[in-house]
Design a protein around this ligand. Structure first.
Ligand code: ZN
Length: 59
């Protein structure tokens, strides 16, 4: 378990950087695994923030 990245809950919105709102790239897609997470990195040169999105299974 990676615990140094902040984890956000997946929503219907396209993923954007929680810090600056820029678009992000997917660095690791684990949505098809039991972990159900997706790692993103901000595309802004000034930011570069990395974070994890987790699917919300509490529907
Ligand atoms: Zn950013």
């Amino acid at each position: 378990m990676i615990d140094y990245l902040e984890i956000y809950t997946f929503s219907d919105q396209p993923a954007t950087c929680p810090k600056c709102g820029s678009r992000t790239e997917i660095t690791l897609d684990l949505f098809k695994t039991p972990e159900q997470t997706q790692h993103h990195k901000c595309l802004s040169d000034k930011c570069g923030y990395e974070f994890v999105i987790q699917k919300d299974n509490d529907e």
